[in-house]
Design a protein around this ligand. Structure first.
Ligand SMILES: Cc1cc2nc3c(=O)[nH]c(=O)nc-3n(C[C@H](O)[C@H](O)[C@H](O)COP(=O)(O)OP(=O)(O)OC[C@H]3O[C@@H](n4cnc5c(N)ncnc54)[C@H](O)[C@@H]3O)c2cc1C
Length: 676
């Protein structure tokens, strides 16, 4: 078996080994932040009016603007075709029904709900795309335009029809609950459900018209320390060397020395017992993360996070999360301890498991969308609520009986903040794009700073090396992430299995900061159904100019303007390394199943050949609000701020952001705010 079913997990964006993502059919929405028609895929969508058919011939009446009836139209969305039915009477568009789509659940909810409503209310196609879901929005607008033309109307004229201004702000709203949660991403919803389990009434406010934040953009990889589960993997010499290296690392930190001692003892026993499986322990996982992430973590917070990884995973399982049994690797990691959902694409299960639970248990949890929190309310030194503004301008005052949980995510989408807090680890932040939801601008940090909160490790920005140079979007791409990387000069420049900082640094040092992931038929990650590893149709990517395909390596090189002779020589050298397992140039330790061909002809050799440009983009901000292991926010005076809690990427101190942090700290915050 090869291809999509056996790959290393990419920066959390893709499937686990032995688990096919392609079968799940969809992928991330665009990172958006643009308005209609300004990004490449949207432009493609605009020029693509695909299959159309008039369905309801019997019901036809004529005489007005339209030939009444129901018409079907299809246009390209983010993940493929969006098909809808539009019903007209002779004067107006009466209904729009989305019949089929593969758009990302969560992110596409808002355009699917809102764009048809706005078209009908205004009888106009002059509707702004929803930020963060541009491609889905444009697909709906384009398909409706097509249906309008089929019905004898004039879509171009409808694109000029003025849309009624936003309704005036409503009357100010004041509400009260035990707990106010700001942000309906993974951490916020974990906090809401965990507090509800303790009997709380909860209000969650979310500034986007959809819930899920960055959490739904993920590939759904959750890191958990589970020594029994990881033992399905055999330990490699490289992993053994890593353990020995980490035990020997110099440190002044007493907690870290204690972890080293425990791991050293474990390894003695391991060897004495003649074990061969991958070893893991709370101490080892903490040790790895401590040294991998600049030794910047607070050891107490880090160990607490790691200790909660398995119990929180089990809690999610009790709520209905269908975990994979076997953990796997993730891009930039060396330990196969990543779990994901069997059935759900990407990060969706990290959201739906909570919304389903709220519904099933009938918890007193209200989620209010399109309200942006902008101020924390205090009284007598305690945080007692939040002030927010709805998208129509309505003012919200939300009073908290027990406390406020900030779960507003990171700030990768706020370039000014990235620059302001830069610790110099990335040379030219102003040029970086991001793969984040545009909402990730650090609101929670700013609000908490206003009332005296402290922040830690704010310059610790993690880049993801494999983004689309045009948009910064983590998708789309061809390959699996661990493919051969070649620069514009046609040469390899890095061990493709390095950690993310090394990969990103190496990539940024190349001409224009760009490199190409080069694949052949066997390692392109394209399933028999033509769906890529990231869940997109390969032909769509080629049509959109995001991926190039050729029958020979020379032609491929020409398509990307690289010297064919150098390119071919690089690939021949790489193939030799795959064949011998020895990589003299970059010391790559493993090539994985993708490069091993049953005919004994390993490497990149079988047409068609594919490639596409990649560059690093801002991915995760590891710094944030200073918190303790109970998710209480700590002020600049060193004391906790009564009534204020924080969870997820808005916090700092652990250096391990991501779903693990969101789930564990969210759950903790919900309990602590209820005094548990
Ligand atoms: C493309 C991509 C792939 C990733 N893959 C993985 C992976 O597989 N595994 C992993 O561990 N990590 C992964 N990460 C990192 C991970 O997504 C985040 O660290 C994690 O989801 C953060 O969760 P959160 O709840 O803190 O924030 P989010 O899920 O981002 O939620 C924050 C929410 O707060 C809302 N909000 C912000 N400000 C306000 C305000 N003022 N008022 C109201 N609401 C507000 C936002 O709109 C958002 O909905 C990935 C990140 C990206 C971008």
């Amino acid at each position: 078996m090869k291809s999509v079913r056996r790959k290393i997990l990419l920066f959390g964006l893709t499937a686990m080994i032995s688990f096919s993502l392609a079968a799940c059919g969809s992928k991330e929405e665009d990172t958006g932040g643009t308005t209609a028609g300004t990004d490449t895929a949207a432009t493609t969508a605009a020029t693509t009016a695909a299959t159309t058919a008039k369905e309801d011939d019997e019901d036809v009446t004529t005489g007005g603007t339209y030939t009444a009836g129901t018409y079907t139209a299809t246009a390209k969305g983010n993940n493929g075709d969006v098909t809808l039915e539009v019903t007209f009477d002779s004067d107006a568009i009466k209904s729009i029904e989305i019949k089929e789509h593969g758009e990302t659940p969560g992110i596409s909810d808002a355009p699917i709900a809102k764009i048809p409503e706005l078209i009908i209310a205004n009888q106009s196609l002059n509707i702004d795309a929803i930020t963060g879901a541009t491609n889905t929005s444009n697909a709906i607008l384009n398909a409706v335009a097509d249906a309008v033309n089929q019905a004898g109307g004039d879509a171009e004229a409808l694109k000029k029809v003025e849309v009624a201004a936003n309704e005036a702000a409503g009357e100010a709203v004041e509400k009260e609950a035990d707990v106010i949660v700001v942000g309906a991403g993974g951490a916020g919803l974990a906090a809401a459900v965990s507090a509800a389990e303790e009997g709380a009434s909860v209000i969650v406010i979310e500034k986007n018209p959809y819930i899920g934040g960055n959490t739904v953009r993920t590939g759904g990889g959750y890191a958990s320390c589970d020594p029994e589960a990881i033992a399905i993997h055999e330990m490699t010499p490289g992993q053994m060397a890593e353990i020995e290296g980490l035990i020997a690392r110099e440190t002044d930190n007493e907690a870290v020395k204690g972890w080293q001692k425990k791991v050293a003892e474990d390894m003695e026993a391991y060897k004495a017992e003649g074990k061969t499986q991958v070893y893991d322990s709370l101490e080892y996982m903490s040790l790895q993360y401590f040294f991998r992430f600049s030794q910047a973590a607070d050891p107490e917070l880090l160990y607490d996070l790691v200790s909660k990884s398995k119990p929180t995973k089990e809690w999610l399982g009790e709520l209905g999360f269908d975990w994979t049994d076997s953990p796997s690797l993730l891009l930039g990691d060396t330990w196969p301890r990543w779990f994901s959902s069997v059935s759900a694409h990407g990060g969706n299960m990290f959201i739906s498991v909570f919304t389903d639970e709220i519904e099933e248990k009938n918890y007193n949890v209200e989620i209010i969308k399109e309200v942006r929190a902008n101020e924390l309310l205090t009284a007598d030194g305690r945080v007692v609520g939040v002030k927010g503004t709805a998208s129509d301008g309505t003012e919200y005052t939300l009073n908290a009986n027990k406390g406020v949980v900030l779960a507003t995510g990171g700030f990768s989408a706020n370039k000014e903040m990235l620059i302001e807090y830069s610790d110099g680890r990335w040379a030219d932040i102003s040029k970086l794009q991001t793969d984040n939801d545009p909402a990730m601008v650090g609101d929670g940090i700013k609000m908490a700073l206003e009332i005296g909160a402290d922040v830690v490790d704010m310059g610790h920005l993690q880049l993801v090396p494999l983004s689309d140079p045009k948009t910064g979007d983590a998708y789309p791409f061809i390959g699996t992430g661990t493919n051969l990387y070649v620069n514009k000069e046609g040469k390899r420049f890095v061990n493709e299995l390095s950690d993310r900082d090394t990969l990103s640094n190496a990539a940024l040092a190349q001409t224009d900061g760009i490199f190409y992931m080069v694949c052949d038929k066997n390692n392109a990650g394209v399933g028999e159904d033509g769906i890529t590893y990231g869940g997109q149709n390969i032909q769509d990517l080629i049509d959109a100019g995001l991926v190039v395909k050729a029958d020979t390596l020379e032609e491929l090189a020409e398509l990307i303007d690289v010297d064919p002779a150098t390119f071919v020589e690089t690939i021949e050298k790489f193939n030799e390394a795959v064949k011998t397992g020895v990589d003299p140039e970059f010391n790559r330790a493993s090539f994985g199943g993708d490069f091993i061909n049953p005919d004994g002809n390993p490497g990149i050799f079988e047409p068609p050949f594919y490639t596409g440009p990649r560059t690093p983009s801002a991915h995760i901000t590891k710094g944030g609000l200073k918190v303790n292991t109970s998710a209480e926010v700590i002020g600049t005076d060193g004391n906790t701020i009564p009534g204020l809690f924080a969870a997820g990427e808005v916090t700092g101190g652990r250096t391990v952001a991501g779903l693990l942090e969101a789930m564990t700290s969210g759950r903790t915050a919900g309990k602590t705010v209820m005094g548990k």
